[in-house]
Ligand binder design. Structure first.
Ligand SMILES: NC(=O)c1ccc[n+]([C@@H]2O[C@H](COP(=O)([O-])OP(=O)(O)OC[C@H]3O[C@@H](n4cnc5c(N)ncnc54)[C@H](OP(=O)(O)O)[C@@H]3O)[C@@H](O)[C@H]2O)c1
Length: 246
C-alpha cells in the first residue's frame, strides 16, 4: 500500500487508537490524523500524529476536520473509520423485538452508518489526490444477513447491515471516479474494548479474544493481502481472511 498519509476516525480508544499507534510506527507513514469527539482525551503523542476534533453526529464537523487536515496534507492514502455504538449506560443491545425503541435504533444508525458516508462526502477530494486510496470501515459479522443464526441485537445488526450497503454503494461510485480506490468492510473479531466488555464472559467460551493491538495489526495485514483483489468494488472480510456473506 502506498501509505504516506493516514486518517483514523474513532481514534480515542479501542481499535481506533491501536490503529493510530501501529500506523505512526511505520517508516513510510509521514502523518496520521487521529479524529475523535474526545480528542483531548487521547493520551498518546507522537511527532507524526495530528489530533483533530470530530463530532461524528454532525455533518458540518467533517468539513471542518478536512480544513484542519489540509493545513498539513493534500491527500489521504488510508482512511479508516472505527467509530461504533453498541451500548451505553443502561442501554444494552435488544434480546427480543419488545425491546426495540426508536431512540436507540435511530442513534445506532446515526453513529454506525452516517459517519462512513460523511467522511467520504467531506474527504473525497483528498482521497482523489492519492495514487491509490484505501478506505475501510469497521463493520461486524453480526451485520451479515447470511450469517444471522442467533437473532437479537436488532439496532446494532441492522445498522451494520446498512453500513455495508452504504459503503458498497460508495465503492461503486468511487470506482467510477478513481479506479485505483479500494474499499473494505472489516470484522475485527472479538476484541477487548469498552464496546465488547459486557459480553466478553460469554464470548470467551465461543471465540478467540484479541487485544486491540493484535486486531489493528491483523486488519492492516488483511488489507495489504487483499489490495490486488479487484474483481469486486468492495470486500467484506473477517479478521482471519474469511470472505463474509452479505
Ligand atoms: N470490539 C469488538 O469485539 C468488535 C467486534 C465487532 C465489531 N467491532 C467494531 O469495531 C469498531 C471499533 O470498536 P471498539 O471495539 O474499538 O469500541 P470502543 O473502544 O468502544 O470504541 C468506539 C469508538 O467509537 C466512538 N463513538 C462511540 N459513540 C460515539 C458517538 N456517539 N459519537 C462519536 N463517536 C462515538 C468512541 O469515541 P468516544 O471515546 O468519544 O466515545 C470510540 O472512539 C466499531 O465500529 C465496532 O462496532 C468491534
Amino acid at each position: 500500500m502506498n501509505l504516506e498519509v493516514a486518517c483514523v476516525l474513532g481514534a480515542s480508544r479501542g481499535i481506533g487508537l491501536a490503529f493510530v499507534k501501529k500506523l505512526v510506527e511505520k517508516p513510510e507513514v509521514k502523518i496520521v490524523f487521529a479524529m475523535a469527539r474526545t480528542v483531548e482525551q487521547i493520551d498518546y503523542s507522537h511527532p507524526k500524529l495530528v489530533k483533530i476534533y470530530l463530532d461524528a453526529a454532525n455533518e458540518e464537523s467533517f468539513f471542518q476536520a478536512k480544513e484542519q487536515m489540509q493545513k498539513s496534507a493534500d491527500h489521504i492514502d488510508l482512511l479508516i473509520n472505527c467509530i461504533g455504538f453498541l451500548h451505553e449506560n443502561e442501554v444494552l443491545p435488544e434480546r427480543k423485538i419488545d425491546e426495540v425503541n426508536t431512540e436507540n435504533f435511530v442513534h445506532s444508525l446515526k453513529i454506525n452508518v452516517l459517519p462512513s458516508i460523511f467522511m467520504l462526502k467531506a474527504f473525497k477530494d483528498m482521497l482523489r489526490e492519492s495514487e491509490a486510496p484505501v478506505i475501510a470501515s469497521l463493520s461486524a459479522k453480526v451485520g451479515s444477513i447470511g450469517d444471522n443464526r442467533m437473532g437479537g441485537w436488532y439496532s446494532y445488526r441492522i445498522s451494520k447491515t446498512a453500513l455495508n450497503m452504504a459503503l458498497k454503494t460508495a465503492a461503486i461510485e468511487f470506482q467510477r471516479m478513481k479506479s485505483s480506490s479500494r474499499f473494505f468492510l472489516l470484522h475485527p473479531g472479538t476484541t477487548k474494548t469498552k464496546l465488547s466488555e459486557p459480553f466478553l464472559k460469554f464470548a470467551k467460551s465461543k471465540y478467540k479474544i484479541h487485544d486491540p493491538e493484535d486486531t489493528a495489526k491483523n486488519l492492516l495485514n488483511l488489507i495489504n493481502r487483499n489490495l490486488d483483489q479487484k474483481e469486486e468494488p468492495i470486500l467484506f472480510l473477517s479478521w482471519d481472511g474469511e470472505r463474509l456473506s452479505w
